[in-house]
Design a protein around this ligand. Structure first.
Ligand code: ADP
Length: 168
């Protein structure tokens, strides 16, 4: 599996699957979630509503999939990151679960390229260094048959610096 770092907007990223840092309502929000719903159009929200009607809210650490609407991708994988509450062990396990469950879902869909934002490091206030370490380790440890490229899309300068160091 190749790992790439891109600085920029995930809605402009070419990949089979784009991961969204959603919230448990699945009904959209701010940050990357807002950007994905805005750029992807109403199809994504309609499918999120269908998922909610079927299974209720999406728990922290879990992942669900919709189509990608107008985005240059086949799928959007919505995962709910943990809100940082200072409890490092529990939050770290949940963040790891976000990456693992998203990768597993992508793998089961036959995805070859997948792009991740820096889950939980915005509104959810997860410490960026720790979040980056967990993201990179979880991706490196994932055994995949189908996925050949994972792209970390860093939106802010801090995350770009952190991922540059981690991937060196
Ligand atoms: P969370 O609630 O999981 O913290 P946020 O969307 O607030 O989600 O932030 C997660 C990360 O996504 C942050 O690092 C933020 O800088 C980044 N981000 C915000 N908008 C975009 C975008 N359009 N593309 C990629 N990353 C983005």
């Amino acid at each position: 599996m190749n790992i790439e770092l891109i600085k920029g907007d995930i809605t402009k990223t070419q990949a089979d699957a784009l991961v969204n840092a959603a919230n448990s309502s699945l009904l959209g929000g701010g940050g990357v979630d807002g950007a994905i719903h805005r750029a992807g159009g109403k199809q994504i929200l309609e499918e999120c509503i269908q998922i909610r009607n079927r299974q209720g809210k999406c728990n922290t650490g879990e992942a669900v999939v919709t189509s990608a609407g107008n985005l240059p991708a086949k799928y959007v994988i919505h995962t709910v990151g943990p809100v940082w509450n200072g409890k490092e062990d529990k939050s770290s396990k949940l963040l790891e679960a976000c990456y693992k469950n998203s990768l597993q879902l992508a793998e089961s869909l036959g995805v070859k390229t997948i792009a991740f934002p820096n889950i939980s490091t915005g509104i959810y206030k997860f410490p960026k260094e720790l979040a980056g370490k967990i993201a990179v380790e979880t991706v490196k440890n994932f055994q995949s048959e189908n996925i050949d490229k994972v792209i970390f899309v860093c939106f802010d300068d801090d995350n770009e610096e952190i991922y540059k160091k981690l991937l060196d």
